[in-house]
Design a protein around this ligand. Structure first.
Ligand SMILES: Cc1cc2nc3c(=O)[nH]c(=O)nc-3n(C[C@H](O)[C@H](O)[C@H](O)COP(=O)(O)OP(=O)(O)OC[C@H]3O[C@@H](n4cnc5c(N)ncnc54)[C@H](O)[C@@H]3O)c2cc1C
Length: 358
């Protein structure tokens, strides 16, 4: 089997590494960040994604690190229940925890941190380390995220657009709030649309809260922790008292503002001996809650065809044929969820659950 270089140790790169381990395929993974630099948000993972995760992470260990959500309740801004829906084994986990779990099966000599990889300008089909040395690999699996520089190198005329929704996400330690919400996923909505506040429990004493907002209506110029705190206090001042209370009680060490981007049109998922997985192949907006599941399925499908096919191009082509239609469905569903979110509440008609199902 050929030698594989994986660029990026996010969810998709680490999932790929786990599947390659399973099949004893030779690989090395390169990651730009420091090993323990794992700030970030959390994931909702539907049942299908969990089935893929169980193949590579011991189920009891995985379950111990997150929380199964049982019910989704949609509230008005003032706390009136608008709709309720049972959730079928939707799991919540912080990005930090999931990355740590996925990384634990990778031996330290197979992963290099603090290494930013680029496509080699001089040698077609090769990657380059930051010191200019060419990476010794036959196949490059590119998993460097939604704003992939390597993808841009190959598909120079692609158009990325900023999505009309941003998110302030915070992860806090607070046992009292965590105990009070248990298995519920609650989300409050402004009657004019374009503004929500969601809360869910990640573990015994950890809570994730987030605000999704229409970035044409609500603007934050600078995203320091202090500014984000002020923004949250101003915007949610007159909402149900639980929300200002959570905002007041929160520590802002982990708060982050996420701006979201999408590709106007998907590119091919491969070019020469480079193949793209996860957000690098297909950025998915947070509304779909399908980024992790899709990254896992990409890694599974690509590994399967690399094992089955002698010819790399055949393997890549089968991978793309299997994955692209489903991704297009999620992109379509994501755009529908986004347009619903921007409408006043009384005009929102679609499925209330913030998850795209095939
Ligand atoms: C606010 C928000 C909420 C979300 N909520 C959910 C959710 O509830 N459920 C869900 O399934 N998905 C969710 N998503 C989407 C999910 O985060 C992504 O789909 C998923 O993280 C994609 O993983 P990835 O590995 O492809 O990319 P990334 O997680 O972006 O990882 C890319 C990695 O590549 C590294 N890298 C980048 N460039 C280089 C380089 N040149 N050399 C080496 N390394 C490099 C980066 O440091 C990073 O570690 C959400 C996204 C956002 C922004």
């Amino acid at each position: 089997m050929k030698k594989i270089a994986v660029v990026g140790a996010g969810i998709s790169g680490l999932s790929m590494a786990n599947y390659l381990e399973k099949y004893k395929i030779d690989y090395h993974i390169y990651e730009r960040r420091k090993k323990n630099d794992l700030s970030g948000h959390g994931f909702l993972i539907p049942k299908e994604g969990m089935d893929y995760l169980y193949q590579i992470i011991a189920p009891d260990l995985l379950v111990k690190n997150g929380n199964f959500l049982k019910k989704y309740t949609q509230y008005s801004r003032t706390g009136k229940i608008l709709a309720e829906k049972d959730l079928d084994n939707v799991f919540a986990i912080s990005r930090h925890s999931l990355i740590n779990l996925l990384a634990q099966n990778i031996s330290p000599e197979k992963i290099t941190y603090e290494e930013t990889i680029i496509a080699d300008e001089q040698q077609k089909g090769k990657l380059q380390l930051s010191d200019g040395i060419t990476v010794d690999a036959d196949i490059a699996v590119i998993s460097d995220g939604s704003r992939s520089r390597i993808r841009k190198h190959f598909f120079m005329d692609e158009t990325m657009t900023r999505v009309r929704e941003s998110e302030v996400v915070n992860i806090i330690q607070n046992k009292e709030i965590s105990d009070s919400i248990e298995k519920d996923f609650i989300k409050f909505h402004h009657e004019d649309g374009g503004l929500t506040f969601g809360v869910l429990k990640l573990s015994d004493d950890t809570v994730l809260w987030y605000s999704q907002f229409d970035n044409q209506k609500y603007m934050i110029n600078e995203c320091s922790a202090e500014n984000l705190r002020k923004y949250m206090l101003d915007v949610f001042e007159n909402w149900h008292p639980l929300i200002p209370e959570i905002i007041q009680k929160s520590d802002y060490t982990n708060v982050h503002l996420w701006n979201v981007y999408e590709l106007e049109k998907l590119n091919a998922f491969y070019k020469d001996n480079f193949v793209f997985i996860g957000d690098a192949a297909h950025p998915l907006i947070p509304f779909t809650s399908q980024g992790v599941t899709s990254a896992l399925k990409d890694a599974f499908s690509l590994t399967k065809y690399l094992v089955e096919e002698d010819n790399i191009q055949q393997a890549f082509s089968k991978y793309e044929a299997e994955r692209k239609p489903e991704i297009e469905t999620h992109i379509h569903n994501g755009r529908t969820l986004l347009s619903q979110f921007l409408l006043p509440l009384n005009q929102q008609t679609e499925n209330i659950i913030p998850i795209s199902y095939k």
